[in-house]
Design a protein around this ligand. Structure first.
Ligand code: AHR
Length: 312
C-alpha cells in the first residue's frame, strides 16, 4: 500500500480488467525486488490482471515467456530485457500480433518500431554522475579505482561503464586499474572484490570501488572489512540504485555516494499504455527517469527510513 501511495491516481479506464504480461529478469538485487513489487502493486491498483514471469537471468526464458504471452493474446507486454541484443525476432512476432511491448529499465539494440516506449534511466548519465562525484571527492590525490560491472551484455553494465569513464576523463590522477563483472549480485560483488584486494597488496593500492549497483557495493564493503580495511574511508565506495541497504551503509560510514534509480518504472509505463489504448496517443519513445546523487550529507538515515516506509 505504501508503494502505491507514490503512484498517480489517474483513472486508467482502459487498463482495468486487461491481461498484461510482465517478463522480469529475476531477483538479482534489492532494486530488482523493489521494481517487481512496485509493478505488481501498481497493476493491482489499476485492476490489471498481471501475468508475471521470472526469467532467472536467462534471455531464452524471457523469449519463451513473451511467446507464451503472445499465444494467450495479452493486451500488452512489459519486458525488462536482461541483455541488449537478440530481441528482434520475438519482438517482431509481438508486433505482428498487434501487441504493444514496453521496455522497463534496460535498453535493447533493435529497431525502435518494435516497442511502444522504453521507461528507463539515462544509464550513461548515472555512471557520469558517479565518476564526477569521485573526481570531486579525491581532488588532486592519486586514486586507483576498481570497478564492479553489472551483467555482461546488459545495457546498464555497458552504459554505466562508459558514463563513469566520461566522468573521470581528463583527470589523470584517477585511473581504473581493475574491472570485472559481479553480475549485479551481492555475493559476486564480494567475491570479485576479494580478488581485487588480494591482487592489490591486500587493498593498500586501492583508493575507491565503483560498483554498477548497490548490491555489489554492499558485497564489496564486506570484503573490504574482512581484509581489515575501512570501507568509506580507506577505500571510498560509490554505486548506483539508492536501495535502503546502501543508506544503512552510509549511516555506518561505510559507503560514500549512490545515484538513485527509481523502482517505479511501471507507473509511467501504464500511463503511456493507457493513453495509447484509449485514443492511439503515441508516447515519447524514451521516458527517462531521474538520476539523483545521494551522499551521507543528504540525511542518509531519513532516506533509509523513507524507503522502508514505502515498502522497499
Ligand atoms: O537494470 C537496472 C539494474 O538491474 C539495477 O541497477 C540493478 O540493481 C539491477 O540488477
Amino acid at each position: 500500500a505504501g508503494v502505491s501511495a507514490l503512484l498517480s491516481s489517474a483513472a486508467y479506464a482502459d487498463l482495468s480488467g486487461k491481461v498484461i504480461g510482465f517478463s522480469q529478469i529475476g531477483s538479482e538485487s534489492g532494486w530488482r525486488a523493489a521494481e517487481t513489487s512496485v509493478t505488481k502493486s501498481e497493476a493491482e491498483k489499476l485492476g490489471i490482471d498481471l501475468k508475471f514471469a521470472d526469467a532467472q537471468q536467462k534471455q531464452e526464458n524471457q523469449i519463451k515467456a513473451i511467446r507464451g504471452f503472445i499465444a494467450q493474446g495479452v493486451a500488452a507486454i512489459l519486458v525488462a530485457p536482461v541483455v541488449s541484443t537478440g530481441w528482434e525476432e520475438v519482438l517482431t512476432e509481438a508486433k505482428e500480433a498487434n501487441i504493444p511491448v514496453i521496455l522497463l529499465d534496460r535498453g535493447i539494440d533493435a529497431p525502435q518500431d518494435l516497442y511502444l516506449t522504453s521507461v528507463a534511466s539515462d544509464q550513461v548519465k548515472e555512471g557520469r554522475v558517479a565518476g564526477e562525484w569521485l573526481v570531486g571527492a579525491v581532488g588532486d590525490k592519486e586514486c586507483k579505482v576498481v570497478e564492479l560491472q553489472g551483467t555482461v551484455g546488459s545495457s546498464p553494465a555497458i552504459n554505466r561503464k562508459q558514463g563513469f569513464e566520461e566522468g573521470i576523463a581528463g583527470h589523470a590522477n584517477l585511473s581504473i586499474i581493475r574491472s570485472q563483472t559481479g553480475d549485479f549480485t551481492r555475493a559476486k560483488g564480494k567475491e570479485v572484490m576479494e580478488g581485487f584486494l588480494k591482487a592489490e597488496d591486500g587493498g593498500k593500492g586501492i583508493c575507491a570501488v565503483y560498483a554498477h549497483n548497490d548490491d555489489m557495493a554492499v558485497g564489496a564493503i564486506q570484503a573490504i572489512k574482512d581484509a581489515g580495511l575501512k570501507p568509506g574511508s580507506d577505500i571510498l565506495v560509490v554505486s548506483i540504485d539508492g536501495v535502503p541497504d546502501i543508506f544503512q551503509a552510509m549511516v555506518a560510514g561505510e559507503a560514500n555516494a549512490t545515484v538513485e534509480l527509481t523502482p517505479n518504472m511501471a507507473g509511467p509505463a501504464f500511463a503511456a499504455l493507457d493513453a495509447y489504448l484509449t485514443d492511439g496517443t503515441e508516447p515519447e519513445k524514451f521516458i527517462i527517469t531521474e538520476s539523483k546523487l545521494y551522499t551521507p550529507a543528504d540525511d542518509a538515515q531519513g532516506e533509509y527510513d523513507r524507503r522502508k516506509g514505502l515498502g522497499y
